[in-house]
Structures are given as structure tokens and as C-alpha cells.
Design a protein around this ligand. Structure first.
Ligand code: CS2
Length: 483
């Protein structure tokens, strides 16, 4: 058995793709905030492409929020790890050499601030999940009442939130190198870059108006669409990979062959030649974001909530059933009416490709993983298109089903027919609103959760229909996928 490291790199089986560049020459041009599996399987592969193309500026300093992992296992392997793309029985292992070190934010923000302000840093990428943006409950803008945001405005030198960290780092950059920077959000929320910019500028306005103006002029916050399915890698995956290849890699990430990155073409300063590595640069990223959120992500969430109620555990199991496939297709029929056309986006082809990706039996993508953080994910994926269709007088039985299934999963704890325990920062608050008989629960939720921003949800016919759907699912969760 070979343990992946710099010393063993030359001895890996020929099926392994390995870094074709001199790692000793690589500089740190990227600071990534939120060092999880998604970043390592997505953005890092594009920067690794840039290194392989002979541009040594794009090594990555990874910053993890709290966890000392994956820093520990990466350090033990000289920063190397394998991205294992699986499709059915086929695997394509690619060793990524772009990582130049790991910091843990919980150990102190100061070194991260220094790294972001360093002259050779040109890009900050972020995967901090929807929660990290500290938006108002329904999304859309910074929540000025968020305790972390209030803290950071009062103590800009000692930030607790990511927008606050960026602000502190940009203040340092302005005072030192004074050169521009690209801050590239890679999270699944609409107008992700625009929202991050608004969050940082809102805080800057309070803290230092001159800094606000400098950031507004010098720092690019492109919005992006990112796509690669990266289920949590398990110890079993690591063991199976070792058996298949003879290589042990404690930091490997499993994923699918597909990857996609669309970046709004507002980049400033130095960036890799992104287009050469398959990245789409466009002025119109919104159309792509909507397609991703309302087709792929909305289908994921629908399969997760309905699939769990019906007793399934994995995406590929749901999509292998007639009702599972049908609910996804009909959801797409509904949500497709809310998309925007843009050059290069072929929705029919996107649907077909996404269906095939869901059917990949090698991923073992857990429904419970997708179902987490519904309070952050359901508004852009389900509630927003539902509201748009409602405003146009269109019935949306599948969106309604998905919403009801989420609420049933969220509220029916131990003792229910199928107890499900969802991770969600707002779970307690939402459960607190859902008391009394179902129609009352729905009324309280719509008026007081902040999740239903537009007045279209105020009508009795919508609320009664949602209540009826919730009752039906509580009575017969096994039928949750059946339309
Ligand atoms: C998933 C996404 O967990 C989830 O919410 O829908 O992580 C999804 O796998 C990615 O967005 C795919 O690019």
C-alpha cells in the first residue's frame, strides 16, 4: 500500500493524473475561505489546471473555519490529495498539487488577514455555505440585526463573521499594497457575488466611508454559478479507493466527472486564463444561477425531503424509481417557466445531463446531507419560483409538495411515523412557529418566519393548499414521491 505524499508521487499507478509542474515554484495567489470537500473538488481543480498550463501564480492557501481537518491530513501528505471522479464502476483519480497550506480561522483571524492583504494574492474564493452570508431570513440582503455583524461593525479589528473578515483584510490591503482583488463567491445563492459585495460595503459604510469608496472602486465581487456534485467522503470511500488502487489518501474527495464554473466577467487585476480551462465568463450570470438553483438544486431538495419521507436514503435510489423520476421531471416543468434564456444555456440538454448525473450509482449522495440547512436552501430553490408562478396564476403542485415535505421533515421529530433529524440553524425557531392545527401553523410560518417575502403567499387558497398537503404527507409519508 502506498501513502500519497511528495515522495510517493512518482510511484503512483499510471491511472493517476499527477501534477505536471514544479511545485517548488508555485506561489500563493489564491486564499480560499471555507476549505471543504466542494472547494477541493471544484475551484482547486481549475487553479491546478492553471498551474499545469505553466502559470505558477495560482497556488492556494486554504482556510478552514474551525476544523483542524483537512489541514492535518493534507499536511501529512505534503498538501497533496486526490480528486476521485466516479461514474458507475469507472474511477478517474487526479492528484491536486495546488494547495500551499492550511490555516484555521478559529485559531485567529490575524494570519488570514495578512494573507489576503499580501501583494501576490489576487483572488479570494469562498465556499462558506448560505449561512455565512448573514442574510435576512428570506435572503436578499445583509441582516443588520445579526449579532455577529453587529459585533464586527463595533469591533472591525477582531471579526467574527466572514463579511467582517473580508472587511478587515481589505482595510489592511488598502493601507499596504493598495491593489485590487477578486473576491469570488462560490456558494449556491442567487447573485452570490452581488450579495457579498453589498454585505461588505454595508459594513464598510458604517466603519470607514473612505474604505467603502476604495472597496467599491477596486474590488471585484463577481457572481458565479458553480456546479459539481461532491457528496461527503466517508471512511468506507477511502478504504474502497485503497483497495481499488493500492493508494491510501486520507484527504481524498469523491465526486462526479462533471464540473462547471460560470463567472461574471467583471474580474479585475490578475486572474488565470480561466476560459482556457473550461470556465464560462459572461456578463449574464443570473440566467445560469437560476438554472442551477431551480433545476439541479431544487430537484435535489425535492428528492431529499420527499425521498426521505418515502423511506429512501440516496439520490440514485430515488431517481431509479418511476415516481422519483417523474416528480423531478414535473418539478422541472414547473421551474423551467421561471428561468431566463441566455446564450449557451440549453435547458433541454441541461435536464437530460442532470438526470444522468443523479443516476450515477457510484456517488452515494445522501438525502440527509442535501436536506440540511433547508431554511437557507428552500427559499431560492422552491419558495421563490413558487411565488413567481403564484403571481402568474399558475398552479404548482410539485413545488407545493416539496415545500410541504420540507416542513414535515423539519417538524416531525422523534415519535413521528418516520422521525428525521434535520440540521438547520433555524430549526428551533421554525418549529416554534409551527404550533396548533396545521392551517394555523402555515399562517404563522408565512407571516412570521421571514421566508415568504412576497405578499402572494398571504392568500387563503395558497395557505389552505399548503396545509392540506402537509396533512396528507403526515398521514401517508410513504406516498411522498407519488403525484
Ligand atoms: C446540493 C448541492 O447539498 C445540496 O444542497 O444540492 O450541494 C449540490 O450537490 C451542488 O450544488 C452541485 O453543484
Amino acid at each position: 500500500m502506498t501513502r500519497l505524499s511528495a515522495a510517493t508521487l512518482g510511484t503512483l499507478p499510471p491511472t493517476f493524473e499527477t501534477p505536471r509542474y514544479d511545485r517548488a515554484q508555485v506561489k500563493t495567489g489564491v486564499v480560499h475561505l471555507g476549505l471543504g470537500a466542494f472547494h477541493r473538488a471544484h475551484q482547486a481543480t481549475f487553479f491546478d489546471d492553471a498551474l499545469a498550463a505553466g502559470d505558477p501564480r495560482w497556488g492556494i492557501l486554504g482556510v478552514s473555519n474551525r476544523s483542524a481537518e483537512p489541514g492535518r491530513s493534507l499536511a501529512a501528505q505534503d498538501g497533496l490529495y486526490t480528486v476521485v471522479a466516479r461514474d458507475g464502476d469507472a474511477i478517474a483519480p487526479r492528484v491536486i498539487g495546488a494547495n500551499r497550506g492550511v490555516m484555521v480561522l478559529a485559531d485567529g483571524a490575524a494570519p488570514v488577514i495578512t494573507a489576503i492583504a499580501a501583494p501576490e494574492t489576487h483572488i479570494v474564493t469562498l465556499t462558506i455555505t448560505e449561512k455565512g452570508y448573514r442574510q435576512r431570513p428570506g435572503g436578499g440582503s445583509l441582516d443588520p440585526d445579526d449579532p455577529g455583524i453587529r459585533h464586527d461593525i463595533a469591533n472591525p479589528q477582531a471579526p467574527e463573521t466572514i463579511p467582517g473578515l473580508l472587511l478587515a483584510a481589505l482595510a489592511r490591503r488598502k493601507a499596504t499594497v493598495a491593489t485590487g482583488l477578486n473576491v469570488i463567491s462560490c456558494d449556491n445563492l442567487p447573485a452570490n457575488g452581488g450579495r457579498l459585495r453589498e454585505a461588505v460595503l454595508t459594513m464598510a459604510r458604517e466603519v470607514d466611508p473612505a474604505l467603502h469608496d476604495w472597496i467599491a472602486a477596486q474590488i471585484a465581487f463577481p457572481s458565479t454559478m458553480v456546479d459539481r456534485i461532491v457528496p461527503a467522503t466517508t471512511q468506507d470511500d477511502i478504504a474502497q479507493f485503497a483497495t481499488q488502487t493500492g493508494v491510501t489518501d486520507a484527504a481524498m474527495v469523491k465526486t462526479e466527472p462533471f464540473r462547471q464554473w460560470v463567472i461574471e466577467s467583471v474580474l479585475t487585476a490578475d486572474v488565470p486564463d480561466f476560459a482556457r480551462f473550461g470556465v464560462t465568463l459572461t456578463r449574464d450570470v443570473t440566467a445560469w444561477e437560476l438554472a442551477k438553483l431551480r433545476m439541479l438544486n431544487a430537484a435535489h431538495s425535492t428528492m431529499a425531503f420527499c425521498g426521505m419521507l418515502a423511506g429512501f436514503a440516496f439520490v440514485h435510489e430515488v431517481i431509479a424509481t418511476g415516481p422519483g423520476r417523474r416528480i423531478v421531471e414535473e418539478l422541472w416543468d414547473e421551474n423551467q417557466t421561471t428561468l431566463r434564456a441566455t446564450e449557451g444555456l440549453d435547458v433541454a440538454a441541461y435536464r437530460a445531463a442532470t438526470l444522468a448525473r443523479f443516476a450515477n450509482t457510484a456517488l452515494h449522495h445522501k438525502l440527509i446531507q442535501i436536506a440540511a440547512d433547508g431554511s437557507q436552501k428552500v427559499p431560492p430553490r422552491i419558495i421563490a419560483p413558487l411565488g413567481e408562478r403564484l403571481a402568474r396564476g399558475m398552479a404548482s403542485p410539485v413545488l407545493l409538495r416539496a415545500l410541504a415535505a420540507w416542513l414535515v421533515c423539519l417538524t416531525d421529530g422523534p415519535g413521528a411515523a418516520r422521525p428525521i433529524s434535520l440540521q438547520d440553524p433555524r430549526a428551533e425557531a421554525l418549529r416554534g412557529l409551527m404550533r396548533g392545527e396545521t392551517r394555523q401553523q402555515v399562517g404563522a410560518l408565512v407571516s412570521r418566519s421571514g421566508l415568504f417575502e412576497t405578499p402572494v403567499f398571504g392568500g387563503d387558497s395558497f395557505q389552505s393548499a399548503l396545509a392540506a398537503e402537509i396533512d396528507r404527507l403526515r398521514r401517508d409519508p410513504a406516498a411522498a414521491l407519488t403525484l
